[in-house]
Write a protein that binds this ligand. Structure first.
Ligand SMILES: Cc1cc2nc3c(=O)[nH]c(=O)nc-3n(C[C@H](O)[C@H](O)[C@H](O)COP(=O)(O)OP(=O)(O)OC[C@H]3O[C@@H](n4cnc5c(N)ncnc54)[C@H](O)[C@@H]3O)c2cc1C
Length: 449
């Protein structure tokens, strides 16, 4: 028997486990999927926006894998700080595959970034997704205006959540406290701002177009921004997704929204680079931007002209990066663990029994499905190494050893209890399942006291 630990129960961890058990090359592979959280599914539970029910329902596919007879879920087990070290974990399994993701935010690197009211989009997403590490975040939604820096899909997600009315979010699993704060929100304008032009924005067209369909919000664009983009006037030479994005923006420019005092407004802005977050009394009051222009080589350059946008809330959505997993080698430039076809490289040589998959292997890009071929590649490397790996003796019951080491694993029945508790909480609120947003609540629901 080959015993494998997969660390991380997001898409890459689950797809890796699936690739390891659904093959015939190496019979009887058993996989424990560990996670530091008592809940599985990684960013599908804690990142994908709550109003994107179809993508959220991918959790059902991941669940079917985790219910496989040779796969076990072992939550509430951090690998590294406060948990079990990679070295000790290798005593329990023939191989360990790290699928720990890369969801740490990038900073803008401008003065004022740490003022109250300035957050990463990651923090905001974690808050409305009920990530238990985010339960203490308090978002000031009393200002009239919010600025979202970035023009990718995460920027679109947080803009949309800010612009939606409470009745639109109520049917989702948004935690009750976040729903209450969003319902009481004073935000009437959300400015989503990119430093380059509309033809270079990174959002996908479906997500962009959705902004124009929100019942309680209207999208506006600034003709002066658009005029700066040479590809805006003639998008025919652009890659398909950028061309379609420009077409959507052109439609909005051609039919500016009819003023509606009852609606929130979403303003798409381009060619503005944040240079400072301005404060008043220790809180965010505005963002100062430098106007940029195309530099003729695909980038932008500053023009020395500045503009301020008032804001009581600033969310930066300018990308993710991996954090160094404790005890593993790390490439700080790429933000990933060095590897060859999924085999972890220590000092350039494959480290016996250690593998990576998903965002921590290839960086934070691609959609959920991109993690599937990535996982297959890693699983194939591991299975090829199996004869060598299986020579070592490992304990029959690694979870019992984890317990003996003082950890308090939450296994599949514990997770099912959390699900039941979330359904019960929803019923008391007249809603569908509502997520439990804090550690004590999750552990109590799991039966851990
Ligand atoms: C805000 C946001 C929204 C997104 N929306 C979409 C979308 O709508 N559609 C789409 O296709 N893609 C979306 N994506 C991308 C998608 O979520 C990723 O492609 C995918 O989640 C990456 O999978 P992963 O398994 O590598 O990482 P993750 O999903 O991040 O999973 C990593 C797991 O590892 C666990 N972990 C981390 N460190 C440790 C540790 N030390 N010990 C134990 N466990 C650990 C974490 O708790 C987590 O469960 C979104 C991404 C973000 C950030």
């Amino acid at each position: 028997m080959l015993r494998v630990a997969v660390v991380g129960s997001g898409p890459s961890g689950v797809y890796t486990a699936q690739s390891l058990v659904e093959q015939t090359l190496v019979p009887d592979v058993r996989v424990d999927v560990l996670d530091r959280l008592p809940c599985p599914y990684g960013l599908v539970r804690y990142g994908v926006a709550p109003d994107h029910e179809k993508i959220k329902s991918l959790q059902n596919n991941l669940r079917a894998v985790l219910e496989h007879e040779r796969i076990g879920f072992v939550g509430n087990v951090p690998v590294g700080a406060g948990g079990v070290s990679p070295e000790r974990l290798l005593e329990l399994y023939h191989a360990v595959v790290y699928c720990v993701g890369a969801a740490r935010d990038r900073r803008l690197g401008v003065p004022g970034e740490d003022l109250a009211g300035s957050f990463s989009a990651t923090d905001f997403v974690s808050w409305y997704s009920a990530h238990p590490d985010a339960s203490a975040f308090g978002f000031a939604l009393d200002g009239r205006s919010a600025v979202v820096v970035g023009v990718g899909n995460v920027a679109v997600d947080v803009t949309r959540v800010l612009a939606r009315g409470p009745e639109e979010l109520r049917p989702t699993d948004v935690p009750q406290s976040a729903l209450g704060a969003l319902a009481a929100s004073g935000v009437r304008e959300v400015h989503m701002v990119g430093r380059r032009g509309p033809s270079q924005a990174r959002f996908t067209t479906k997500e962009l177009r959705e902004l124009g369909t929100l019942p309680s919000a209207r999208v506006g664009v600034e003709p002066a921004d658009l005029a700066l983009d040479p590809a805006y006037a003639d998008p025919s030479g652009l890659p398909a997704v950028n061309r379609r994005n420009v077409e959507v923006i052109r439609e909005w420019a051609a039919a500016p929204p009819v003023p509606d005092p009852a609606a929130r407004s979403i303003r798409l802005r381009f060619f503005l680079r944040p240079v400072e977050i301005l404060g008043e009394g220790g809180r965010v009051a505005a963002v100062r931007f430098e106007r940029t222009e195309p530099d003729g080589a695909g980038g932008v350059r500053g023009t020395g002209r500045y503009e301020e946008i008032a804001a009581g809330l600033v969310l930066r959505a300018v990308g993710y990066r991996g954090a160094p997993p404790e005890g593993l080698p790390f490439d700080p430039v790429r933000g990933t663990v060095p590897h060859a076809a999924g085999r972890v490289l220590r000092d350039g040589a494959p480290s016996r029994g250690e593998y990576v998959s998903g965002w921590i292997k290839r960086g934070p890009s691609g959609v959920i499905g991109t993690n599937r071929p990535c996982a297959k590649e890693t699983a194939a490397s591991l299975l090829r190494d199996a004869p060598l790996l299986a020579r070592r003796t490992v304990p029959d019951d690694p979870v019992a050893v984890l317990r003996a080491w003082g950890l308090r694993p939450v296994e599949w029945p514990g997770w099912l209890s959390i699900e039941e508790a979330e359904a019960a909480l929803g019923r008391t609120l007249g809603r569908g399942p509502v997520k439990i947003p804090d550690w004590p609540g999750l552990l109590a629901a799991a039966g851990g006291g």
